[in-house]
Design a protein around this ligand. Structure first.
Ligand code: ZN
Length: 224
């Protein structure tokens, strides 16, 4: 990093930086799990807990179920959030906040599976070069059961990876693992990687998602 790349206004704990030695020891953590496992709820809980400790952060999301610039949860919580678009530079975002006098100790990154790989690299840079903690939440795999590129990069780069399992069960009672896209009542095996569908609707919607165990994901059996 060159001097020109240094944030113009950095938190005091960043200013002794520059030689690559461990300072505060910020971390990149990835929390993953299937739909309905409470990722967004945990994301907002984490923001709340850090806030109570006097820390300040930003909440980011992409393709939230509300389709607005906010994180909403299935149990009714909501929080305004920065909507991450393909061309948003996350380092520039944090530096602008610092430039405006805001403190940013951490980022809560909901739906991080939908970010670009470049943005995951930027998150790692924020941890390593700017001492900002990053807590990322998201799905691991898409409807075809393959890793999202951003999730793959998070698995590769994160200091800590946590699988969330808040009792999301397949219809058969086994632990839910994979997110099936159901199109006209059938498990889809090909198509666009990201199609926003209804995750809670009844069978009449054209595209919806359902968490299945591996066995029933692979067999395509949706039960009754
Ligand atoms: Zn099953």
């Amino acid at each position: 990093m060159t001097a020109a790349d240094e944030p113009t206004i950095a938190p005091a704990h960043c200013q002794s930086a520059g030689d690559g030695r461990l300072r505060h020891g910020a971390a990149l953590k990835f929390f993953w799990g299937p739909m309905d496992c409470g990722k967004s709820t945990l994301a907002l809980q984490m923001d709340h807990n850090h806030g109570r400790q006097g820390r300040r952060g930003l909440v980011l999301t992409r393709n939230d179920r509300s389709m607005g610039p906010q994180v909403t949860t299935r149990i009714g919580l909501a929080h305004s959030a920065v909507e991450v678009t393909d061309d948003l530079d996350l380092i520039a975002l944090v530096r602008k906040e610092w430039g405006d006098g805001a403190r940013i100790d951490y980022l809560i990154c909901d739906e991080a599976c939908f970010y670009t790989v470049e943005q995951i690299e930027q998150l790692a840079d924020l941890v390593d070069g700017y001492d900002v903690d990053v807590y990322a939440f998201g799905l691991a795999s898409d409807f075809r059961s393959f890793l999202f590129p951003a999730a793959q990069r998070l698995f590769e780069l994160a200091d800590e990876v946590n699988r969330l399992q808040v009792e999301v069960l397949c219809w058969c009672g086994r632990e839910g693992l994979l997110n099936a896209r159901i199109v006209d009542g059938v498990v889809a095996r090909e198509g666009e990687q990201v199609v926003i569908g209804d995750t809670a609707a009844a069978d009449q919607s054209e595209v919806r998602y359902q968490v299945l165990c591996r066995r029933h994901y692979r067999s395509g059996d949706l039960g009754r």
